[in-house]
Design a binder for this molecule. Sequence first.
Ligand code: DSN
Length: 427
Amino acid sequence: MNQQRDTQVFDLINLELVRQQEGIELIASENFVSQQVMDAMGSVLTNKYAEGLPKKRYYGGCQIVDQIEQLAIDRLKQLFGVEWANVQPHSGAQANAAVMLAVLKPGDKILGFDLSHGGHLTHGSPVNFSGKLYQPSFYGVEKETGLINYDRVEEIAIKEQPKLIICGASSYSRDWDYERLRKIADHVGALLLADISHPAGMIAAGLLNNPVPYCHIITSTTHKTLRGPRGGIIMMGKDFPNPWGDKTPKGEIKMMSALLDSAVFPGTQGGPLEHVIASKAVAFGEALQPSFKDYMKQVGANAQALSKAMVNHGYSIISGGTNNHLMLIDLRTKSDTLTGKIAEDTLVKCDITINKNTVPFETRSPFVTSGIRLGTPAITSRGLKEEHMEIIAQFIDKALMNTDNEAVLMEVKQEVHQFMKQFPLYA
Ligand code: DSN
């Protein structure tokens, strides 16, 4: 097996490393993992088939991966204080697919947060399995405040009578009232699923409301604020769903967890990615350290500072600010012609990476958009603090006010590279 090094691929990987090192990464759903999180992913575990669960596998030779997967499960349970967890979903989308397979029948009604208001694709979007296999309806934010109005959510839930209510978002900068949502879910007899993919790290650090006491099932990705490998997880607290009504059998959580486990495998996935599961275990171990709470506090402080700096430069933030790690900027108050697409393309030229994003009540297409989303998890991992956020806002504003001036954009790019040299990444 003495293969010649594939320089074609590895040269490209090196170019991506340089891109990450030189630039300012503001995509709210991205982060920089530790070297040991990457080492676990690039390990011999990728060679192993392990369909099934620890100690209940369909393949021999799983005695080591059993210990690794159990460690990941135990650390995750400790991190969020949950009773049960499955660490096998390959992604957040796979986690949500498994939950829906476990608790719904095709055609059942679901109620989710509108994608165009900041929701997730897998919460009922018509282009996604969740909107094709199930019957979706949506709640959104209020036009005046940019906030979710829970009275309105209740009205929609009563009208639609969904079997599953889903909360969680990809570009909502405020916290969630899980207690109120649970009351709404109980009122209409729905299960409540929280997809905490974005704020998971802040929740684990105790900095945002905790969904565990209120939501029947919780899903997340592991690669955003949690700062682990790309992947998904499913968890249940004590208050598990009870699909058996009054005829509840004994050991209900065992039965619900068995439903969820079998919805992951064999329901929606084959062999688990044990190298990624090992990497998740490492990341959960890191998140259990006191330093992770400091990191998450800094992510929040940086988001507050960046949103204030952007406002000072004349940009408007949906809902007026942020309580978490991200902000959604409506570019229309700054300029009639500056779209999300132009902003994204312009900033990429300066090695500032963001994503265009629809704003609530969007008037442009999802490929153009009127907004951009900025997040602080990745730059905080590099060591940036509040005092650096004004500098970033200046870079962004200088670029966006000179979208057609290549000389100025090249100048900003050089300034960005120089600035980021202070914050080394992967020595
Ligand atoms: N695509 C991910 C994000 O960027 O937020 C999750 O929806």
